[in-house]
Design a protein around this ligand. Structure first.
Ligand code: NAP
Length: 242
């Protein structure tokens, strides 16, 4: 397993994260399924192993400093370098609440996972990413992370008004640009991805794409060649507006 290129996907026990993990393993990588719940994670690991894929479980709650530190230490003992990090874990909390009534605790809890999570995880894994020499980091954003689209009345995203979720993804896009600038000299490319409207538990399975379809852009950004972009925002039709 250690001769292969290594990938870590957070929130990988279901939904788009599981599909990304499958796709990266099918591309020949050794994939660590980052999960916050061991039993849900073990089920996912068994599922992908039964498909003949090289996957292992890594316990990581992206909202918890100690858990992320422990995960980075554990992985550091197992592998010399991390070639791909997909910050996929995400939550939506009480999306129907009007912005003027969103409790600050809901805003904070959303940011802990969707915004501070990717920052916390990326910072913790930077040494292993640098050791790869050509690492790729993918930030799982959303169409609502685009200020252009949420203010464009012709875009479906302008009809969505989730204060906490939307602002977490807008900020995540800025975080993507910041890491991309710092890490470019180390051969690390950092890009944000919009998966489309995907049928998962996050949206009560109302999406129109399958998780496999929703994983396509993230997988391609994780496997970018040396000529690929960094510090960008991408969807199935190419560059997304910020
Ligand atoms: P999902 O099926 O609900 O999966 C979310 C994953 O994140 C689960 O594995 C969940 O684990 C994990 N997670 C939540 N909090 C976590 C934490 N503190 N630490 C570690 N893992 C945590 O949703 P999804 O649609 O696949 O979402 C994946 C990503 O895509 C999210 O970032 C989401 O914002 C983004 N996205 C989705 C859509 C869409 O249409 N579905 C559109 C745009 C963007 P548990 O099973 O333990 O809860």
């Amino acid at each position: 397993m250690n001769d292969k290129r290594q990938a870590l996907v957070t929130g990988a026990n279901k939904g788009i994260g599981l599909a990304i993990a499958r796709g990266l393993a099918q591309a020949g990588m050794s994939v660590w399924l980052g999960v916050r719940d061991r039993s849900r994670g073990e089920e996912a690991v068994q599922k992908l192993r039964s498909e003949g894929l090289a996957v292992r479980l890594l316990e990581i709650d992206v909202a918890d400093d100690g858990s992320v530190q422990r995960a980075a230490e554990t992985l550091g003992k197992e592998i010399g370098a991390l070639h791909v990090l997909v910050n996929n874990a995400g939550v939506i909390i009480a999306p129907a609440t009007p912005p003027s009534e969103v409790p600050l605790d809901d805003l904070k809890a959303t940011y802990e996972v969707n915004l501070y999570g990717p920052v916390r995880v990326t910072q913790a894994f930077v040494p292993l990413l640098k050791a790869a020499g050509d690492a790729r980091v993918v930030m799982m954003s959303s169409g609502v992370g685009s200020l252009t689209l949420i203010t464009d009345p012709t875009s479906i995203y302008s009809s969505v008004n989730f204060l906490a979720y939307t602002s977490s993804k807008v900020a995540l896009n800025a975080v993507t640009v910041s890491f991309a600038k710092e890490l470019a000299p180390f051969g690390i490319k950092v890009n944000a991805v919009e998966p489309g409207h995907v049928q998962t538990d996050l949206n009560g399975n109302t999406g129109v794409l399958t998780p496999d379809e929703g994983a396509v852009t993230a997988i391609s950004m994780a496997l970018l060649g040396q000529d690929g972009p960094t510090g960008g925002f991408f969807g199935s039709h190419g560059r997304q507006p910020w």
